[in-house]
Ligand binder design. Sequence first.
Ligand code: TRP
Length: 432
Amino acid sequence: MTTSRATSRVLTGITTSGTPHLGNYVGSIRPSVRASLAAGVESFYFLADYHALIKIDDPARIQRSTLEIAASWLAAGLDPARVAFYRQSDIPEIPELSWLLTCMAPKGLLNRAHAYKASVDKNLATQADPDADINAGLFMYPVLMAADIVLFNAHKVPVGRDQIQHIEMARDIAQRFNHVYGEHFVLPEAVIEESVATLPGLDGRKMSKSYDNTIPLFAPRAELRKLIAGIKTDSRAPGEPKDPEGSALFEIYQAFASAEETTALRQAYADGIAWGDAKQLLFERIDREVAPMRETYQRYMDNPGEVQDILLAGAAKARQTATPLIAKLRHAVGLRDLRAQGTQKAAKTAKVALPLFKQYRESDGKFHFKLVDAQGRLLLQSNGFDSPKDAGHTIRQLQDHGVVAFGTELHPAEGVSVDDVAQALELIRDAQ
Ligand code: TRP
């Protein structure tokens, strides 16, 4: 509703349930860090530790994984000054919104979530009770994830294919909320990076913690070498030509190498390179990219207080967006200052001095407006509009629909609550 949004918001979360491996790096950490450097993008990256609790009841493991993942992102070059980098559990607005969305989420929709359904199907297959060993957190997983996303009105959510359904559910739930309570949320879209490789693991299947076939991203050099030596290959002898097709070793190499390096390895395969030598090449190539980051990683791991401070600062930054929005949402659903009702009546009977919209033009040529109360106190200040017509349109929306018409960029002035603005708008509307 304001002129134009210069930036697009990108948000993604990573569940703090394990130690980052090369697959996480290639599939998520590296592309996200690169994307965060693009111009015109506002990025939100967070550690989904509430989500981790659904699967893990080992507190030490949650804590360790949170530190390891945060340190990995920082070591990979995530700049906390450029992005909002935070821990989900440091944002109390997330669980609060999660409840508001829970009450808008059709239970039938959640019944159809793949992750929940897979667990039910597993129980059915063993003739157990359908919900045996399934906690309600798993069932509510998509709603918590929707809250993560729409709290920041993210446009784009880079995720793996397995998460597409969750983004669609977030859209459905947000849309329903918008329909019932007014336009509050941007409807997010999943971004699937086609070009990003899914890395095979040691046994050739997708590298995944659940297959126990991973190579930790920051394994010490000696361990990295040993793990790479264990990558499954076929039994072709040195001198025999080898097939890059279906070779896990080749695929992993490709994810790190330049086009020329990849061509060179392809040739070496054709020329019959020994597996041992190919593994040595892979080890050196990965180590070349990882070694400088490993040092930074270790420094963060040795200084958890530094990571903690970075995350807390990130949470404070994220809450600058979250806190005003949750105030609007609370008002929208009726969790309001009880005095707000009284003024409506009083305004009808008594002739009270009214709040006022004032339009003006700034030196930059843009058209602005502000809302002041009868005492002249600033309640609301708009951004710049290209034309007086655009500004006027927004004013009319506010007059007709109250704070529900707030876009994502209109916030109450410093020290003013959403309820104050809502009251003022109601006074104006009643007087019309
Ligand atoms: N569910 C995601 C995963 O396991 C992690 C996640 C939690 C997430 N909240 C999110 C991803 C919000 C994107 C946006 O991969």
